[in-house]
Ligand binder design. Structure first.
Ligand code: 13P
Length: 254
């Protein structure tokens, strides 16, 4: 049995106003009350962070950002710093989501800079990696995952890597209703973990949580999350509804 505590993270993307976010928490929190098997976090739009931090106060539900900038502060119009997220009450931050790579020019190198700044500010980074459909069909999955893992995590030490979380999100499975089979996801996780082991040693790799993301729903959560290699989920669409996200969190207990 792995010692890794599963992390179930909601990624709301660009959905919900602050009032809608509060209403979500009011409905969701009672559904997962006393659920301590998994760590739970809601990664919400920046403007909803204060409302969600307030609404989750006194629960075991954490809050996270979906992005941040790597500089400490400065003339960077429109950006948000790690210190700001931390001060607002965030515990986690998603870095390098494929939508940010695809639409906002994020690269492994910028993700890596963000990673180091996030760690400096005691945020738990959730670093996303994953292959495109064309890469999978072209037999490049292994190469892509090894490269993204190596470059995104560059410069970590055994000490700084302790809290880092990786999310494997095959891009072809995001928002498409196509889920990786549990076996296929587990295979990718083994590959990613082997790369972490090469970089930081077997012990660090064994302790690192690797989440799966891509069309996780209440009806496939248990099959995915029961794979010993899968240490939690990063959930998009199905995290927007309190009942559906609670079913995912309590997989196999409902
Ligand atoms: P979906 O769950 O909507 O496929 O999104 C996955 C995702 O991108 C989570 O970060």
């Amino acid at each position: 049995m792995s010692q890794r505590k599963p992390l179930i993270a909601a990624n709301w993307k660009m959905y919900k106003t602050a009032n809608e976010a509060t209403a979500f928490v009011q409905a969701f929190a009672p559904l997962v009350k006393g659920h301590t098997r998994d760590e739970i976090t809601l990664c919400v739009p920046f403007l909803s962070i204060p409302a969600v931090v307030a609404a989750t106060h006194g629960t075991h539900i954490h809050v996270g950002g979906q992005n941040m900038y790597w500089q400490e502060e400065g003339a960077f119009t429109g950006e948000t710093s790690a210190a700001m997220l931390h001060a607002a009450g965030c515990a986690h931050v998603i870095l390098g989501h494929s939508e940010r790579r695809q639409f906002f020019g994020e690269t492994d190198e910028t993700v890596n800079q963000k990673l180091h700044t996030a760690l400096k500010h005691k945020l738990v980074p959730i670093v996303c990696v994953g292959e495109l459909l064309a890469e999978r069909e072209g037999g490049k999955t292994e190469e892509v995952l090894l490269r993204q893992t190596e470059r995104s995590l560059a410069g970590l030490t055994v000490e700084t890597a302790r809290t880092v979380v990786i999310a494997y999100e095959p891009v072809w499975a995001i928002g498409t209703g196509k889920t990786a089979t549990p076996e296929l996801a587990a295979e990718a996780h083994v590959l990613i973990r082997s790369q972490v082991a090469r970089m930081l040693g077997r012990e660090t790799a064994e302790a690192m949580r690797i989440l799966y993301g891509g069309s996780v729903k209440p009806d496939n959560a248990s099959a995915l999350l029961n794979q010993p290699e899968i240490d939690g989920a990063l959930v998009g669409g199905a995290s927007l509804d309190p009942n559906s996200f609670a079913k995912i969190v309590t997989y196999a207990q409902s």
